[in-house]
Design a protein around this ligand. Sequence first.
Ligand code: CP
Ligand code: NVA
Length: 307
Amino acid sequence: MSTRHFLSLLDLSPDELRGIMARASELKAINRSGELHETLKNRILAMIFEKSSTRTRMSFEAGMAQLGGHAIYLSPRDTQIGRGEPIEDTARVLSRMADAIMIRTFEHSKIERFAAYSEVPVINALTDLYHPCQLLADMLTWIEHRGDITGKTAAWIGDGNNMCHSYINAARQFGFRLHIAAPPGYSPDAQLVANAGSCAVLFDNPLEAAADADLVVTDVWASMGQEEEQARRIKAFADFQVNAAVMSAVRPDALFMHCLPAHRGEEVSAAVIDGPQSVVWDEAENRLHAQKALLEFLVAPGASTSS
Ligand code: CP
Ligand code: NVA
């Protein structure tokens, strides 16, 4: 069987994604119980980070340690990756030594080229196009708090960025509706929206997108690599903050999520992110449990049935 990769949520079937959610809940309970659970004993995860990270590095590294394996951090600054060694060569070398490879980089085409030459599973830990691991955590968080997300409505308020793109794919795979409100010029990729059919709908106005939503989500206005656009973006996004007005449009029991890091006073008010409907800390913790389930699925597919 050919090597499975996780470059986008569309690489797994809806059933496989739901299986990972169920397994993540089991692994979370095992973790809470303190029981030793080493289904990836002696396995190696190589982690290439071409952008900064707190949650992603911590969750993959802690997850591999908890599963009995090991994670190795590689940055362009102190490897040959930063000195121009072809990505195809790096992929072939690392996949001779590691059981899986996680990459955070800029162009999505780079991770696709890497995966084409890798003999072991490649995991997308964020590209300019997608952030699928974050969606595993977000969906797990929804399921824990509210149950099935099928048929629900999520509102994305803000930039049509990598997180928004992964939300569009999540809407397709998990069967919910995504209402997207982005300022002119910052809409998500039109083809991705079209591919999602009725699962993704664009709105001009944040309050209209938020109307009766079950979940409201946002992200930074300037992503990594867009630092020089920060001032222009702050102006363009001024009317797209998730604040009390947006929260008064959503359902009273709606949840608020944000992948973090957040900028209070920009994309979200402090009152919302630190308020009672926010589940951002559960969401951040769930990176750990969801990615452990993903690692088991890709590296040791039989592991969950032996527990
Ligand atoms: N949400 C997320 O991916 O956080 P980091 O950039 O800290 O990894
Ligand atoms: N959209 C953000 C997400 C960070 C986790 C970025 O790409 O910087």
